[in-house]
Design a protein around this ligand. Sequence first.
Ligand code: ZN
Length: 167
Amino acid sequence: MKEFVYNCVSLSEEDFTQGRVLFETWKPVARYAWDAGIAIGRYLRELKNGRLIGVHCPNCGRVLVPPRMFCQDCFVPIDGFVPLQDTGTVVTFSICYIRWDMVRLEHPLIPAVIAIDGASPGMGILHLLGEVKPEDVRIGMRVRAVWKPAEERVGAITDIRYFKPIE
Ligand SMILES: [Zn+2]
């Protein structure tokens, strides 16, 4: 019986950046504008200004983050935006030693759900932790946003580099 030997190699970031995959044969001309909507649009503009905001539900009184135009519990429109702190508490986290393209990372990424101060319980955002050793991360750890300098911000969640522990 013939034995097959497979040489399987997963695609890497370099395969895309150096054009070793077939997508180079088709150059799409995709010109379009995308509207983030009222709630997320405002959220992104405030991120550019170095601020986190949520929205308030007039029925249950909760402060929701990320912002949305209605409360998903009450099915009523929100009645305004609420400034939040750029501090919070780690609700859950993971330690990632492998990149999306299966390349081992020397320094692991630590994605975490962070309950933002000023928002209601159960309201949080997903972001990265930094300036902390993986073995030192704990649920309940207090953290603060580390912002990019104002001139580098573009109105994206990555305007926050990561959250670091509050000493
Ligand atoms: Zn509500």
